[in-house]
Design a protein around this ligand. Structure first.
Ligand code: NAI
Ligand code: 15L
Length: 268
C-alpha cells in the first residue's frame, strides 16, 4: 500500500462515513478522527476523538501519520464563531502540527463556496480570485491560503479540492452542474495522494457533468478522469423544475446557490 498510516479528519461526517470503506487501499492503517463518535475501529482502523480547535489534541492526532485527508470542520454557512474555531483555528492548528511532525502531504476538502459569488453564467478556473459567498466560504479561502503559505515557506504539499455537491443524487439544476460521485471523489483522492509532485494545487471536485461551471485545466497533471456524470439525473430534474434562470432569484444567479440566503443578516 502507498502509505503506512494516513489520517482522515471529519471521519464521522457525511463524506467521512461514505469514504470510510474505501480508505484501506491507501494505507496499512487508517486513523479516523472527529469530535463526534466514530463507532468501533474496524480492521486496519484507529479512531481518535479530537476537537480541531484544541492545539494539543490536534498535535496528538497527527503523530505518526504520513498523509492527511482533512475533511473535518463546519460544512455549512452558520455564524462566524463556530466557523472560526473549527475551520480557521483548526486549520492553523493542523498545519502547525503537520510542519512540526514533518508530514509531507495534505488533501484539503475545500469548497465551491470559495467562489460562490461568481455567477452561474461564469466559468471559473483555479487562477481566478476567490469570491466567497459567506463566512464558510471565506474560511475555506483561508485554508487554501494557509496551505499555500506552508508550501511556499516550508515545502508541505497540499491539494485543495473545491468540492461541488457530493451527495448520492442531484435533485436541481445547480446540483446537476456541481455533482460529484463518491467513486469520482475516491479517484480524485487517490490522484491527490499519489501524484508524485503536487506542490500547492487547487482543483475542482466534480464529475464529468454537462454544463460545468469550473475549468480544471491547471490541475490536469493530476490525471483525474471522472467516470460518472450527473446526466443520469437530468430528466428527473428538468421534469420538476421550470424557471431556473429567474434573474431575481439570487440563489440561481450566483454559483453559491442557497448559501446566499444564509449569510450575516443585519436587521434595522
Ligand atoms: P459534515 O458536516 O457531515 O462532516 C464534517 C465533520 O467534521 C463532522 O463529522 C463534524 O463532527 C466534524 N467537525 C466539525 N467541527 C469539528 C471540530 N471542531 N473538530 C473536529 N471535528 C469537527 O460534512 P461533509 O458533507 O461530510 O463534508 C466534509 C468536508 O468536505 C467538509 O470540510 C466540507 O466543508 C467539505 N465539503 C463537502 C461537500 C459535500 O458535498 N458534502 C461540498 C464541499 C465541501
Ligand atoms: C458545501 O460546501 C457543503 O459542505 C455541502 O453540504 C453542500 O452544501 C455543498 O457545498 C453545495 O454547495 O451544495
Amino acid at each position: 500500500k502507498p502509505f503506512k498510516r494516513i489520517l482522515m479528519t471529519g471521519a464521522a461526517g457525511g463524506l467521512g462515513q461514505r469514504l470510510r470503506p474505501h480508505l484501506g487501499q491507501f494505507a496499512d492503517i487508517v486513523r479516523l478522527a472527529d469530535i463526534a463518535d466514530l463507532g468501533p475501529a474496524g480492521p486496519g482502523e484507529e479512531t481518535v476523538r479530537c476537537d480541531l480547535a484544541e492545539r494539543d489534541q490536534v498535535l496528538a492526532m497527527c503523530e505518526g501519520v504520513d498523509a492527511i485527508l482533512h475533511f473535518g470542520g463546519v460544512s455549512t454557512e452558520v455564524e462566524f464563531a463556530p466557523i472560526m474555531q473549527a475551520n480557521i483555528l483548526g486549520m492553523a492548528n493542523l498545519y502547525e502540527a503537520v510542519h512540526k511532525l514533518g508530514i509531507r502531504r495534505v488533501v484539503f476538502a475545500s469548497s465551491n463556496h470559495t467562489m460562490g459569488m461568481y455567477k452561474t453564467t461564469d466559468t471559473v478556473d483555479a487562477t481566478m480570485p476567490p469570491r466567497a459567498d459567506g463566512y464558510y466560504g471565506l474560511s475555506k479561502v483561508f485554508g487554501e491560503s494557509l496551505s499555500r503559505y506552508y508550501w511556499d515557506r516550508f515545502g508541505i504539499e497540499t491539494v485543495c479540492i473545491r468540492i461541488g455537491y457530493c451527495f448520492p443524487e442531484a435533485t436541481n439544476h445547480r446540483q446537476l452542474a456541481t455533482w460529484l460521485s463518491l467513486d469520482d471523489l475516491v479517484q480524485l483522492l487517490r490522484r491527490s495522494l499519489l501524484t508524485p509532485r503536487v506542490g500547492h494545487t487547487v482543483t475542482f471536485g466534480i464529475s464529468d457533468n454537462d454544463g460545468k461551471w469550473w475549468d480544471a485545466r491547471h490541475s490536469r497533471f493530476l490525471g483525474y478522469a471522472p467516470k460518472d456524470s450527473s446526466a443520469q439525473f437530468a430528466d428527473q430534474v428538468y421534469a420538476g423544475q421550470v424557471d431556473w434562470r429567474d434573474p431575481d432569484d439570487i440563489t440561481l444567479v450566483y454559483q453559491g446557490g442557497v448559501f446566499l440566503n444564509n449569510g450575516p443578516k443585519y436587521k434595522p
